[in-house]
Ligand binder design. Structure first.
Ligand SMILES: [Zn+2]
Ligand SMILES: [Zn+2]
Length: 137
């Protein structure tokens, strides 16, 4: 992945901001049922950084979504931001990649937890695509 000095992002309302130094460890699209149920979205993008390379301003709310998993979000606008799991991802913080200021910069390198994916997500690229909405120019 491309090296960039500082990678920044934040929640939709701007109450929570973060900066990460150095290159991301990995970026994956997760199909697990926990991500889907918590986010309300069919698939979630996670870009991982070393915990000691990430600084956060503002006070995210913490939700323990599983025995070892901890998810954080903005209590004002609801944007999901961070995932930590000291058991599965020691020393790392996963950041919801859609919250990056420039999310197009780091394309994902893999899809994970596909054993739990919605079957139709494998055919998304073949769906009819509209620049805005059907019937609108
Ligand atoms: Zn917010
Ligand atoms: Zn997941």
């Amino acid at each position: 992945m491309a090296e960039q000095a500082v990678i920044a992002g934040g929640c939709h309302c701007g109450a929570i901001r973060y900066e990460a130094e150095g290159a991301p460890e990995h970026h994956a699209l997760c199909h697990c049922t926990d991500c889907r149920g918590w986010s309300g979205a069919p698939v979630m993008g996670w870009i991982a950084f070393r915990e000691d390379h990430v600084s956060v301003t503002g006070e995210p709310v913490t939700y323990h979504s599983s025995e070892h998993g901890e998810r954080q979000f903005c209590g004002r606008c609801g944007t999901g931001l961070f995932y930590r799991n000291a058991s599965a991802l020691p020393g790392l913080v996963d950041v919801q990649s859609g919250t990056l200021d420039d999310p197009a910069t780091f394309p994902p390198g893999a899809q994970i937890m596909v054993k739990e994916r919605l079957p139709w997500t494998s055919g998304m690229a073949e769906l009819p695509a509209f620049a805005t909405y059907p019937g609108m120019d």
